[in-house]
Design a protein around this ligand. Sequence first.
Ligand code: FES
Ligand code: FES
Length: 165
Amino acid sequence: MSLTVHLTINGGLRRVELDDPRTTLLDLLRERLGLTGAKKGCDRGQCGACTVLVDGRRINACLALAASLDGAEVTTIEGLAEGGRLHPVQAAFIAHDGFQCGFCTPGQIMSAVGLIAEGHAGDDPERVRELMSGNLCRCAAYRGITEAVLEAQGVLAGQAQETAA
Ligand code: FES
Ligand code: FES
């Protein structure tokens, strides 16, 4: 028995038939929709490599059943850059060497975007590290990641002020 779900993915409405109701959002993105930015690290909610935003909140896509997300808005790493311009979080990861092999990076960046949107990261590096602790990095690029999150947070706050002015 197949099941139909409608998802808005990176701004585009997608109608998806699910043959298996146990299909995770991660498998749907990677194997059906060709969005391979979210990575499958552990497939059990322990590494954060699969982090995406669902209705603006960061989640582990390997733990979310696609069938439970009908009507949701999903943002993946592929949807962050606009008009060929990197998102400030992406730019900050490059500026601060927030990666080495890059495997964890899409998840780190999506988690950082979600964290900044949550609005309670503050400017304490330790707190940022704690709030990003669901995203593991085998290359231990944590220092650059934390610096990138803090810088991007400032850039986004400045952009929000300009927009409001
Ligand atoms: Fe989802 Fe590791 S692959 S948390
Ligand atoms: Fe290699 Fe994080 S950059 S796992």
